[in-house]
Design a protein around this ligand. Structure first.
Ligand code: NIG
Ligand code: FE
Length: 416
């Protein structure tokens, strides 16, 4: 078959394996790295990858051939956990953090997530759309081609819906693909202060059916944490969401270990998020239940802590992990997944191959898009991130700058 486009002469191409499930344990340490490689594209899909000169059968007079001598390619990066849609910003919390005031104390005093809830309720659809589009522009420039985005700064139907509709519209109009998660259970809103169970009931009975009916999200998430939602409340919400046909995620073991991991394992959640303070027993449970650990080292960094999720231990115990920004206005204001990948090596001591597997094939499984993205298997979308460097180690060695020079989405050059 003839290719529409051939990108050739890459110094290296990182080719994660799609073995039918996320890479677990030691599987995360393997990947094919093609030297002097080419990628052939047909109708926006991967046709073939290989080494050396592409076979003449792939080419005719209409095939566009682009030379990438001196550059390195990976499948389009996937950022599988973000809170992208919000009003305002929270730099006012910075000095509090520097002075040792904790994240949960700021929240308990009505700040943190709740201050972003106020700004998001106040923001118009257009304001949120423009602000989120800018973040998405910046993410794609940094090599991300698919991003998960959660609601959760409305905590009432009007604003949750507004956030989810922003996600939907950007998904339709932007080169980036967005995967939506409904997370009204992100904090207890002032209207339900001291009545969290009633808030959970309201989400179950009123919001979830509307999200489903209006096709606004495929995942449901909850913040299971001291002072936010208990493991019982999390289980009740997620069981109801599962019954209504949602796939599940849960923010668990971020600050305190209060049972969210058990809920994830018991209900067959696709992923459990954060896991900074997970116990050995918890790792065993997630590993056995095949729950993906979505790890967010930028949050530890930004909260000025030193408790990074025990990523190496999780891999040793057979878990599948991803690395993701958690991009949000409070605990991790960034749109640079490359920096998060570097924290994966610098702070979590993962290898470049483990990190690259985490943000490609495993992240594809985490957003349940593994059939179409995350690797260079024939027929998958031609989402390709090109780095201006010769090998897969360089983006970990040369840190905190943008090394991505081109991005292809469905075979089209969208960043150069
Ligand atoms: O994943 N931990 C809870 N939610 C977000 C932070 C949201 C915020 O602080 O605005 C997180 O870190
Ligand atoms: Fe989060």
């Amino acid at each position: 078959m003839k290719a529409d486009k051939i990108l050739k002469n890459f110094s290296q191409i990182f080719c994660p394996s799609d073995i039918g499930h996320p890479l677990r344990g030691e599987e995360m340490s393997d990947a094919k790295v093609i030297e002097n490689g080419y990628i052939a594209i047909k109708d926006g899909k991967i046709l073939e990858i290989g080494s050396g000169e592409p076979n003449a059968e792939l080419l005719d007079s209409t095939t566009e051939v682009i030379d990438y001598t001196g550059k390195m390619a990976t499948p389009g990066l996937i950022d599988c956990h973000t809170h992208l849609v919000y009003g305002g910003s929270r730099e006012n919390e910075f000095s509090k953090k520097l002075n040792g005031v904790s994240y949960l104390d700021i929240l308990a005093a009505g700040g943190g997530i709740l201050s972003t809830v106020n700004s998001t309720r106040d923001a118009s659809f257009d304001t949120l759309y423009d602000k989120t589009s800018k973040l998405v522009d910046d993410m794609i420039i940094h090599g991300v081609t698919t991003v998960e985005a959660k609601s959760g700064y409305g905590l009432n139907w009007e604003t949750e819906k507004k956030q989810l509709e922003v996600i939907k519209k950007i998904d339709e109009e932007h080169d980036m693909d967005l995967v939506s998660t409904f997370m009204a259970a992100h904090a207890v809103p002032p209207e339900y202060k001291e009545r969290p169970d009633e808030f959970i009931d309201m989400i179950i009975n009123e919001m979830l059916p509307k999200v489903k009916e209006e096709h606004l999200s495929e995942f449901c998430d909850i913040f299971c944490e001291t002072g936010v939602f208990t493991s019982e409340q999390s289980k009740r919400l997620l069981q109801a969401a599962k019954d209504q046909g949602f796939k599940l995620r849960i923010h668990a073991d971020e600050i305190d270990s209060i049972g969210g991991v058990d809920v994830a394992a018991e209900l067959g959640s696709v992923s459990a998020e954060h896991l900074m303070v997970i116990t050995d027993e918890g790792i065993g449970k997630l590993s056995k239940a095949h729950v993906i650990g979505n790890l967010l080292p930028g949050t530890t960094f930004s909260l000025m802590q030193d408790t990074y999720a025990p990523a190496k231990k999780m891999i040793e115990h057979g878990m599948a992990i991803t690395l993701t920004t958690d991009s949000n206005p409070g605990s991790c204001p960034t749109s640079n997944l490359q920096f998060i990948m570097q924290l994966g090596t610098f702070m979590m001591k993962l290898t470049p191959i483990q990190v690259l597997n985490a943000v490609t094939i495993n992240a594809a499984y985490s957003v349940c898009r593994n059939e179409s993205i995350g690797s260079f298997d024939e027929g998958k979308n031609a989402d390709i991130t090109v780095f201006d460097c010769k090998n897969i180690d360089y983006p970990f060695y040369f840190f905190a700058t943008n090394l991505v020079s081109e991005v292809y989405k469905n075979g089209n050059l969208v960043v150069q």
